[in-house]
Design a protein around this ligand. Structure first.
Ligand SMILES: NC(=O)C1=CN([C@@H]2O[C@H](COP(=O)(O)OP(=O)(O)OC[C@H]3O[C@@H](n4cnc5c(N)ncnc54)[C@H](OP(=O)(O)O)[C@@H]3O)[C@@H](O)[C@H]2O)C=CC1
Ligand SMILES: O=C(O)[C@@H]1CCC=N1
Length: 269
């Protein structure tokens, strides 16, 4: 199965690197870009092929992944429509905010389209990816999409109505997690650690905490709130820090970040 990626930016690089590391055949991957630089660079790095234009890519590939920014998606779909209008090729869109109806409208109604929301942790096989099926796509197309995305992390087939919140919690949140680590690390620097020491300490704490949340939920249904109670000794340091953070609006701030991302998602469509 030949997979063509239109766009070779941050998200496509993450998926291609992760998928090739997981065993996807690089020789079956085709890439295009706008500048003529990023696709050859990525192709050279992993052993894939860079092609000169999107129509050639659409002719060549069996699965076409739209990896351009949301505002460019409709034009790219129109450009490749002559190559995909017979409905034999699967189109996968990564674009935030572009719903299945608008994607379908930008091409022929029989073209199978699957909408996907991955995240950049795909590069290390740790994406959390949402998948929704378009009106012309079959369960076989969903399985084909899952096969690619499972190679770079966990997948959930979700109702398309949940894409905006999924996009905030899974697509955007890595940036927020990186910000949280950076903020904690700066506080560590303020207390005498080097930035490198502080980042390593906080990143390991975040990694271990995420794994605990998943493992404990699977083992006995423990929630993050249950885990918090195990750390907060009565009269201790953790409860002092937790209350200070809550009094300064930590929960409100995180909720506002999610609300802003969901609102912006609605504007991109
Ligand atoms: N970044 C992320 O964490 C996530 C992104 N997404 C979605 O993925 C998509 C890509 O985002 P991201 O990778 O961050 O964006 P980037 O800006 O990093 O990459 C966009 C890519 O599209 C290429 N491009 C632009 N126009 C064309 C065109 N007409 N034909 C071929 N290639 C073109 C650019 O080429 P060139 O390199 O030459 O400029 C670039 O390689 C977006 O729709 C976004 O919503 C989804 C989930 C997470
Ligand atoms: O910021 C964005 O629009 C994209 C979608 C999710 C993560 N990055």
């Amino acid at each position: 199965m030949k997979i063509g990626f239109i766009g070779a930016g941050n998200m496509v690089r993450a998926i291609v690197r992760g998928a090739v590391a997981a065993g996807l055949e690089a020789n079956e991957i085709y890439l295009t870009d706008k500048s003529g630089k990023s696709a050859p660079a990525l192709a050279g790095e992993v052993g894939a092929h860079a092609l000169a234009d999107n129509r050639e890519l659409a002719q060549t590939a069996d699965i076409i992944v739209l990896g351009v920014k949301p505002h460019a998606v409709a034009d790219v779909l129109k450009e490749i429509t002559p190559e995909i209008s017979d409905g034999t090729k699967l189109v996968i869109s990564l674009a935030a905010g572009k719903n299945l109806a608008s994607l379908q409208q930008a091409t022929e109604s029989n073209v199978p389209i699957v909408r996907v929301m991955p995240n950049v942790n795909a590069a290390i096989g740790e994406s959390m990816t949402g998948i929704a099926r378009g009106s012309a796509a079959s369960s076989k197309h969903v399985e084909m999409t899952k096969k690619i995305m499972v190679s770079v992390g966990r997948c959930l087939v979700i109702d398309e109505a949940h894409f905006p919140i999924f996009s905030a919690l899974a697509g955007c949140s890595p940036a927020w997690m990186y910000q949280i680590v950076d903020d904690f690390a700066r506080a560590g620097v303020n207390h005498g650690l080097t930035k490198q020491q502080a980042v390593a300490i906080v990143a390991q704490a975040m990694l271990g905490s995420a794994q605990m949340i998943l493992d404990e939920a699977a083992a006995d249904g423990a929630t993050p709130a249950n885990l918090i109670d195990r750390v907060t000794s009565p009269g201790g340091t953790t409860i002092a820090g937790l209350l200070a953070a809550q009094q300064s609006g930590l929960s409100t701030v995180l909720g506002l970040a999610v609300d802003a991302a969901v609102a912006r998602d609605g504007e991109l469509g």
